[in-house]
Design a protein around this ligand. Structure first.
Ligand code: F6P
Length: 500
């Protein structure tokens, strides 16, 4: 049996571009110069430059909800006016920054923070807190940061076992302040504080809220001066840059939070001002579109070769699939393409899980390899380990691109599996901010190219509505639930099983 590596093509175009010091190399996308030109002219024909201008200038790009998507204003550290319906939003944004900064200086003796929120009110801060915890020289208050999202009491039970009630602060984060998981978890935590002996006035002092629905937060019992607002022009999954990111500032200091915003702002300036041909979010979006056209791809993967970014794919799943997982376009007609399924986890662990499928599975799955130049720890082993981590990352991309011939079909690697390499100089708040903004702007670009409104999420409501009568039926304990308008025969049988 002979087995030899395929000849590595010398003429692959090495297209590297940089923004905010993050390098994108698309060489393994296997897209010819001519194909790139066609992609860029498609973007121009699709009026992408006009869309980018509209996005940043407060036009109502979220047509179905008749709102702009101005999350970029939340990281607009240059404070240039952002006019929304005739008014500059920057004074309100700046006021919240000042309040966040002030709160950072007020908290002393806090051992635990319980951040209660789900979806966009969870992923961004959770990912950032986790990622920055791995930065070896970061200044941290060292508080235990607990994230409570799931209605499943497993998370609640684990957190309440470890938190010290008399030195805990609670931040309830919900744009709508009506999300059932969040309000029920918040009530459970308040009850725990009460049962731990805190008086009502002590509880009031430790409860904070971040929301766009101030009146409901107030009626929940949060003091007005403990409520940090954000606005309906910020989508939940784009909200980590608002006071939703409060835990980041509280744990690592407001300066670090500002660095996080600064990285994202730098990426926004790049997205807004660079020609399409040098524009990282645009290039990444067009490469994905090309692979959709060529291979009809149904999924893509993001593999950060950094354990610190293990939460990144989960954050990205909501960003991409809640934004662009839609089959109807802005014109009400079916779209040709929409978001592929997104998945991923930290490398090199991921190699020992599903990379078999990448190499030899029947489907082509484009991959974003995300690497960090600097090791993530000061351990004596760090340099050697990091070299191996990076070698694995580079080797996987090369193997996937070129494949391998063999006489035994089992040993054949088909190759031509496209991937990007994103290289961060190091992992810190600035580059993390830039990385997240890169993907946010890429999602917006894809939405524009697919003719999808990336800023609403009508599809998540129906299941929530159906859950209500089902919950009532479960609560009844009856084993004789019949099918009805809201509960079909299969679900009725399952309820009866659960009630038995
Ligand atoms: O799952 C739907 C959704 O509305 C997401 O878009 C949002 O991030 C999440 O629920 C939480 O919403 P809220 O911040 O209003 O509690």
């Amino acid at each position: 049996m002979s087995s030899k590596p395929m000849q590595i093509a010398k003429d692959l175009p090495t297209t590297s571009h940089a923004a905010a010091d993050i390098v994108l190399d698309t060489a393994y996308q296997n897209i010819s110069e001519l194909e790139w030109q066609e992609l860029f002219s498609f973007a121009k024909k699709s009026r992408l430059p006009e869309f980018i201008t509209d996005l940043f200038s407060g036009k109502h790009v979220n047509q179905s909800e008749d709102r702009p998507a101005l999350h970029s204003a939340l990281r607009n550290l240059s404070k240039t006016p952002v006019i929304l319906d005739g008014q500059d939003v920057m004074p309100s944004v700046t006021k919240v920054w000042q309040r966040m900064d002030a709160l950072c200086n007020q908290w002393v003796g806090v051992t635990d923070v319980i951040h209660i929120g789900i979806g966009g009110s969870d992923f961004g801060p959770r990912l950032t807190i986790e990622a920055l915890a791995h930065v070896s020289n970061i200044e941290s208050r060292g508080m235990r940061m607990h994230f409570l999202a799931n209605i499943d009491t497993a998370e609640l039970a684990r957190i309440l076992t470890h938190a010290l009630p008399h030195s805990t602060r609670v931040i309830i984060v919900s744009k709508s302040f009506t999300t059932l998981e969040t309000t029920m978890n918040a009530k459970a935590v308040v009850a725990w504080l009460k049962n731990s002996g805190l008086t009502q006035s002590q509880i009031n002092k430790v409860l904070f809220a971040v929301t766009a629905n101030i009146s409901v937060a107030k009626s929940f019992g949060i003091d007005e001066e403990h409520i940090f607002p954000f606005w309906d022009w910020v989508g939940g999954r784009y909200s980590v840059w608002s006071a939703v990111g409060l835990p980041i500032a509280l744990q690592y200091g407001f300066k670090t939070f500002e660095e996080f915003l600064a990285g994202a702002h730098a990426m926004d300036l790049h997205f807004r001002n660079s020609p399409l041909e040098d524009n990282l979010p645009v290039i990444m979006a067009l490469a994905l579109l090309h692979q959709q056209e060529k291979y009809d791809i149904k999924s893509y993967a993001a593999i950060p070769y950094a354990d610190a970014l293990d939460w990144f794919p989960k954050w990205l799943q909501q960003l991409d699939m809640e934004s662009n997982g839609k089959s109807i376009g802005k014109d009400g007609k079916p779209v040709k393409h929409s978001s592929p399924v997104v998945f991923g986890s930290a490398g090199s662990n991921a190699q020992h899980s599903y990379f078999q499928l990448f190499h030899q599975g029947p489907e082509v799955i484009p991959i974003d390899f995300i690497a960090v130049r600097k090791p993530m720890s000061n351990r004596p082993e760090a340099t050697a380990h990091h070299r191996i981590l990076l070698s694995n990352c580079l080797a996987q991309a090369q193997a996937l691109a070129h494949g391998k011939h063999a006489n035994n079909p089992n040993d054949v690697y088909p190759g031509k599996r496209p991937s990007n390499l994103l290289l961060l100089p190091e992992l810190n708040a600035y580059y993390l901010g830039a990385l997240l903004a890169l993907y946010e702007n890429r999602a917006a670009t894809l939405g524009a190219l697919w003719n999808i409104n990336s800023f609403d999420q009508p599809g998540v409501e129906y299941g929530k509505i159906l859950a209500k009568p089902i919950e009532k039926a479960l609560d009844s304990g009856s084993q004789h639930i019949d099918a009805s308008d809201s509960i079909d025969a299969v679900t009725a049988a399952r309820i009866n099983l659960l009630n038995s």
